[in-house]
Design a protein around this ligand. Structure first.
Ligand code: 2BA
Length: 108
């Protein structure tokens, strides 16, 4: 068995969860937050047979898009009265960050 953790953007979560459950996968959806942007994201947790990992990854790829975000860096300390506002930093987020771990599953 494998445990798949997929960190995705909230906009992609509903359609991906629907697609996975329609294919018979059991999914747990967790609310999470990225450490860099400090914005909400979604972590999906699935326990699947080894041979199903590729199917899950293909489904994630089909439903998760890359998006561009702009982050304002901290302004520098002004020297001698001059002030240059820092240019926003462009960041590409997603489609998805996926971890695949070996797992034992027990249902009690
Ligand atoms: P965040 O940490 O909020 O990161 C959002 C995006 O910011 C990242 O997109 C990446 O493009 C950029 N980024 C992150 N850390 C950076 C840094 N130190 N310097 C410059 N840019 C940085 P993604 O790579 O698609 O990641 C989306 C979310 O997936 C992340 O949100 C985080 O919640 C999670 N994630 C990504 N890689 C991870 C990892 N190795 N371990 C744990 N969580 C991870």
């Amino acid at each position: 068995m494998k445990l798949i953790l997929a960190i995705i953007q909230p906009q992609d979560a509903s359609s991906l969860v629907d697609a996975l459950t329609e294919q018979g996968f059991r999914v747990t959806r967790l609310s999470s937050q990225g450490g860099f942007l400090r914005e909400g994201n979604v972590t999906l947790m699935l326990s699947v047979a080894d041979g199903e990992v590729e199917t899950v990854i293909k489904t994630v790829r089909a439903h998760c898009s890359t998006r561009t975000r702009y982050v304002s860096p901290m302004p520098p300390i002004a020297e001698s009265g001059e002030f240059y506002p820092p240019a926003p930093l462009e960041v590409q987020v997603g489609g998805a960050t996926i971890f695949v771990l070996n797992a034992e599953t027990a249902r009690l």
